[in-house]
Write a protein that binds this ligand. Structure first.
Ligand SMILES: [Zn+2]
Length: 130
Protein backbone atom coordinates (compact mmCIF):
# COMPACT_ATOMS: atom_id res chain seq x y z
CA UNK A 1 0.00 0.00 0.00
CA UNK A 2 1.40 3.37 -0.99
CA UNK A 3 1.68 6.34 1.35
CA UNK A 4 -0.83 8.07 -0.84
CA UNK A 5 -3.39 5.30 -0.29
CA UNK A 6 -2.76 5.36 3.44
CA UNK A 7 -3.21 9.12 3.56
CA UNK A 8 -6.41 8.70 1.58
CA UNK A 9 -7.64 6.07 3.99
CA UNK A 10 -6.87 8.32 6.97
CA UNK A 11 -8.78 11.15 5.34
CA UNK A 12 -11.81 8.98 4.65
CA UNK A 13 -11.71 7.65 8.21
CA UNK A 14 -11.58 11.20 9.58
CA UNK A 15 -14.56 12.19 7.41
CA UNK A 16 -16.40 9.11 8.54
CA UNK A 17 -15.83 9.89 12.23
CA UNK A 18 -16.86 13.52 11.71
CA UNK A 19 -20.14 12.35 10.19
CA UNK A 20 -20.77 9.98 13.11
CA UNK A 21 -20.23 12.90 15.47
CA UNK A 22 -22.66 14.99 13.44
CA UNK A 23 -25.30 12.25 13.74
CA UNK A 24 -24.80 12.24 17.51
CA UNK A 25 -25.26 16.02 17.68
CA UNK A 26 -28.43 15.85 15.58
CA UNK A 27 -29.81 13.02 17.72
CA UNK A 28 -29.21 15.13 20.82
CA UNK A 29 -31.03 18.10 19.29
CA UNK A 30 -33.92 15.84 18.35
CA UNK A 31 -34.15 14.54 21.92
CA UNK A 32 -34.34 18.11 23.21
CA UNK A 33 -37.15 18.91 20.77
CA UNK A 34 -38.99 15.74 21.77
CA UNK A 35 -38.66 16.57 25.46
CA UNK A 36 -40.12 20.02 24.80
CA UNK A 37 -43.09 18.38 23.06
CA UNK A 38 -43.85 17.51 19.43
CA UNK A 39 -47.17 17.53 17.59
CA UNK A 40 -47.11 15.96 14.12
CA UNK A 41 -50.53 17.39 13.25
CA UNK A 42 -51.25 20.37 11.06
CA UNK A 43 -53.27 23.43 11.96
CA UNK A 44 -56.88 23.73 10.93
CA UNK A 45 -58.86 26.87 11.69
CA UNK A 46 -62.58 27.07 12.12
CA UNK A 47 -63.83 30.57 11.49
CA UNK A 48 -67.38 31.59 12.24
CA UNK A 49 -68.97 35.02 12.36
CA UNK A 50 -69.24 36.42 15.85
CA UNK A 51 -66.95 33.79 17.30
CA UNK A 52 -63.21 33.84 17.82
CA UNK A 53 -61.22 31.66 15.39
CA UNK A 54 -60.75 28.22 16.85
CA UNK A 55 -57.78 26.01 16.21
CA UNK A 56 -57.79 22.26 15.68
CA UNK A 57 -54.78 19.99 15.31
CA UNK A 58 -55.43 17.67 12.37
CA UNK A 59 -53.51 14.43 12.23
CA UNK A 60 -53.12 11.94 9.42
CA UNK A 61 -54.98 8.65 9.19
CA UNK A 62 -53.71 6.27 11.86
CA UNK A 63 -51.02 8.78 12.81
CA UNK A 64 -49.87 8.73 16.42
CA UNK A 65 -49.07 12.09 18.02
CA UNK A 66 -46.78 12.29 21.06
CA UNK A 67 -49.08 14.86 22.60
CA UNK A 68 -52.57 14.10 21.29
CA UNK A 69 -52.38 10.34 20.90
CA UNK A 70 -54.32 8.67 18.09
CA UNK A 71 -57.84 8.09 16.88
CA UNK A 72 -59.18 5.03 18.66
CA UNK A 73 -60.38 3.51 15.35
CA UNK A 74 -57.32 4.50 13.33
CA UNK A 75 -59.03 7.40 11.54
CA UNK A 76 -57.79 10.94 11.28
CA UNK A 77 -57.58 12.52 14.72
CA UNK A 78 -58.85 16.09 14.92
CA UNK A 79 -57.98 17.55 18.28
CA UNK A 80 -59.78 20.70 19.43
CA UNK A 81 -57.35 23.32 20.71
CA UNK A 82 -59.70 26.29 20.93
CA UNK A 83 -59.29 30.06 20.85
CA UNK A 84 -57.19 30.65 23.95
CA UNK A 85 -54.05 32.47 22.69
CA UNK A 86 -51.81 30.64 25.17
CA UNK A 87 -53.12 27.23 24.09
CA UNK A 88 -52.87 28.20 20.40
CA UNK A 89 -49.27 29.29 20.79
CA UNK A 90 -48.39 26.17 22.74
CA UNK A 91 -49.85 23.94 20.03
CA UNK A 92 -48.26 25.84 17.14
CA UNK A 93 -44.89 25.74 18.89
CA UNK A 94 -45.25 21.96 19.18
CA UNK A 95 -46.02 21.73 15.45
CA UNK A 96 -43.06 23.95 14.62
CA UNK A 97 -40.79 21.78 16.76
CA UNK A 98 -42.05 18.71 14.93
CA UNK A 99 -41.20 20.27 11.55
CA UNK A 100 -37.70 20.98 12.87
CA UNK A 101 -37.45 17.41 14.19
CA UNK A 102 -38.43 16.10 10.73
CA UNK A 103 -35.89 18.35 9.03
CA UNK A 104 -33.19 16.95 11.31
CA UNK A 105 -34.42 13.41 10.64
CA UNK A 106 -33.99 13.93 6.89
CA UNK A 107 -30.56 15.43 7.48
CA UNK A 108 -29.64 12.40 9.57
CA UNK A 109 -30.81 10.03 6.79
CA UNK A 110 -28.62 11.84 4.26
CA UNK A 111 -25.61 11.69 6.56
CA UNK A 112 -26.24 8.01 7.24
CA UNK A 113 -26.19 7.34 3.49
CA UNK A 114 -22.86 9.13 3.29
CA UNK A 115 -21.43 7.18 6.21
CA UNK A 116 -22.31 3.82 4.62
CA UNK A 117 -20.66 5.00 1.42
CA UNK A 118 -17.52 5.95 3.33
CA UNK A 119 -17.59 2.70 5.27
CA UNK A 120 -17.67 0.77 1.98
CA UNK A 121 -14.76 2.82 0.70
CA UNK A 122 -12.80 2.19 3.89
CA UNK A 123 -13.46 -1.56 3.60
CA UNK A 124 -12.54 -1.51 -0.07
CA UNK A 125 -9.22 0.25 0.50
CA UNK A 126 -8.49 -1.88 3.59
CA UNK A 127 -8.74 -5.01 1.43
CA UNK A 128 -5.45 -3.99 -0.21
CA UNK A 129 -3.81 -4.21 3.20
CA UNK A 130 -4.40 -7.96 3.34
ZN1 LIG B 1 -50.83 16.44 17.89
Amino acid sequence: MSDKTLAQLDQIRANYLALLERIETITLLQQQLKTAGLCNGSEYWRKEDGKPDRLYANHGEGQVCDIHGQHKHGYRLRKYIGSNPGKIKECMDMMERYREWRRLENQKDEIQDKTSLLKNRINHISMYLL
